[in-house]
Design a protein around this ligand. Sequence first.
Ligand code: KG4
Ligand code: ZN
Length: 349
Amino acid sequence: MKPVLGIETSCDETAAAIVCDDGRILADILFSQVREHAAFGGVVPEIAARAHLRHLPDFVRQVLERTGLSVRDLEGIAATSGPGLIGGLIVGCQFGKGLAMAEALPFVAVNHLEAHALTARIPGLAEDGLPFPYALMLLSGGHSLCMGVAELGQYERFGSTLDDAVGEAFDKVAKLLGLPWPGGPALERLAEGGDGGRFALPRPMLHRQGCDLSFSGLKTAVAQMARQQAAWNDSDKADLAASFQAAVAEVLADRASHACGMMRLRHPAAGTLVLAGGVAANRAIRAAVAGAAERQGFRLVAPPARLCSDNAIMVAWAGIERLRQGYRDGFDFRPLPRWPLEALNRVVA
Ligand code: KG4
Ligand code: ZN
């Protein structure tokens, strides 16, 4: 199989990559628009769409140049076409379709969640490879879900957040603590020196049946705590950050444990839990989830941080998985701002 070009523009990362089906990454460009949005404390959709439009054509030219390939040398083109911010999705999906149409190549409209779900299958990432089926926890700024991945295009949701995504909760609590956006990595750094046992915070959903998550109550509890004390010195802030992180890690470990249990019921042979999404970069969370998986007799596979957060390598890989099975989308595919993973089940089944 020839290499595949992947395009990612669903949120605030503009990215292009060329990947082979043996897992070799021939070229990869990732531009995070953090500086464009930082002043607003979050992603501004219109600014994001314009930035994607400004950068994407050049990035695609550059990844081709770096590999010495022309579009004709590709197996196909895969572009994230949902879910996400519609402006960015239009840029990536239309650009990908245009390029594929011009060279009569297959086009794959990639579901961004499927790309996260399949990343750990890139050869070389998981020891001894990662066959289907496996359990998955996807923890990012926009999504928090637990699922069973039975095979390509067969997904079962075990649970998801009832309110905020976990990354969103990190970002909001970081803001309360006066940290810059995006707050997750800054909050983790601050928590390093803190005492996670100092503040008693709630553990939403702990020991509840299933795999649903909820973070808004925890976030409100942190906000109330922050208001109780007039002056917060650096050490107080570090303790609050550590206490918040400890609460999230404990809840996620409990949910991971339930996800492994639900997976075993449906697929007795399954023995792997995959952790994905930007929040998977958090070391306290990784450790807590790994411990929970181990107690359930599951191994934990978590791709390196750069592949956990948004990137084009995972999009190219999802394209490879689908093209290998002879799948392709029409040039009339319209980007879908809402596109649950389960919607794919009908297409492939
Ligand atoms: O997967 P991702 O890059 O983008 C989305 O698709 O949302 O995830 C970004 C989210 C942000 O909310 C960010 O604050 C959070 O992941 N994040 C972290 C860490 N690194 C990124 N949260 C906690 N600890 C981290 N180290
Ligand atoms: Zn993502």
